[in-house]
Design a protein around this ligand. Structure first.
Ligand code: ZN
Length: 283
């Protein structure tokens, strides 16, 4: 499942292909993904220029010249492929259509953007741009973890009195937007905080430390995604996924990398999801 850094990498990869360009034609091959597409989505996209490609949490927001914004979410298995980019950054030939190619956008100049989603947990919707923040998928989201609204004072105040484990609190999208399982595990390890500790029972000074650490793990991952972007011309044009090294995630039984720790990473299950952490240095 793509997390915030993957979606940001995807956005940056798409920028030169679609920002400022006109969607010449749109093909919508089924009525829905996770939810029904908006009425006449293909007709409303065709002829529109993409004025700006932004991101909110794990949603891509393509602001159109028609006054509407296209909201795109990849869900569990959504993939975006670029082909035929006239500048040669991506493979030139359009691949043969595949079974789960649900939405295809032909961009003026020759590029094609294909949205493929085998499991159909993804979503797309159109909304008037001035009301985009009030869209039901976006309106309850907390501040962006890399934005100014996510401050130490904010996090300490927001988690005060919370009885849930700190890991669950950080996964709550109303607290902070776009954080997923992997990067929460990584951030808690760097902050030396046990994922099992109740959020409201952690000293403010330790909790505050999570803010710079969350920014750090996300920024490093976005940077890794940026390096992967430079290799895209050699790949099949799929955007957004890249290799990244984690310190705890997926490293059960491996030695902890914290200096002088000597502990081993364990895996536990919290709220039905794997948590990786070091019981030695995360308290
Ligand atoms: Zn450790």
């Amino acid at each position: 499942m793509p997390e915030l850094p993957e979606v940001e990498t995807l956005r940056r990869g798409l920028l030169p292909v679609i920002e400022g360009r006109v969607i010449e034609a749109a093909r919508v091959n089924r009525p829905d993904l996770r939810w029904p597409f908006p009425p006449d989505m293909a007709g409303r996209l065709a002829g529109a220029r993409v004025v700006r490609l932004g991101r909110r949490s794990k949603y891509l927001l393509a602001e159109l010249s028609t006054g509407e914004t296209l909201i795109v979410h990849l869900g569990m298995s959504g993939r975006i492929l670029v082909s035929g980019d006239p500048l040669g950054r991506f493979v030139h030939a359009h691949p043969a259509p595949e079974k789960h190619d649900h939405v295809v956008l032909d961009i003026a100049g020759g590029a094609r953007i294909t949205f493929n989603d085998a499991r159909r947990f993804g979503a797309m919707d159109l909304i008037a741009t001035e009301r985009a923040e009030a869209h039901w998928l976006l309106r309850d989201l907390g501040p962006e973890p890399l934005g100014n609204g996510f401050s130490e004072a904010y996090l300490v105040a927001r988690l005060r009195g919370r009885q849930s484990p700190v890991k669950a609190a950080l996964l709550d999208q109303r607290v902070v937007a776009g954080l997923g399982n992997i990067y929460v595990c990584e951030a808690l390890h760097r902050a030396g905080i046990s994922p099992r500790r109740k959020a409201g029972r952690i000293a403010a000074s330790r909790l505050a430390r999570l803010v710079p650490v969350i920014r750090e793990v996300l920024s490093e991952a976005i940077e890794a995604g940026g390096s992967s972007l430079r290799d895209y011309r050699h790949t099949d044009g799929e955007l957004g996924y890249f290799q990244h090294n984690f310190r705890v995630y997926g490293r059960e039984d491996a030695p902890c990398t914290a200096p002088g720790c000597g502990g081993r990473i364990v895996r536990i299950v919290q709220s039905g999801r794997s948590t990786f952490y070091c019981p030695q240095c995360q308290r």
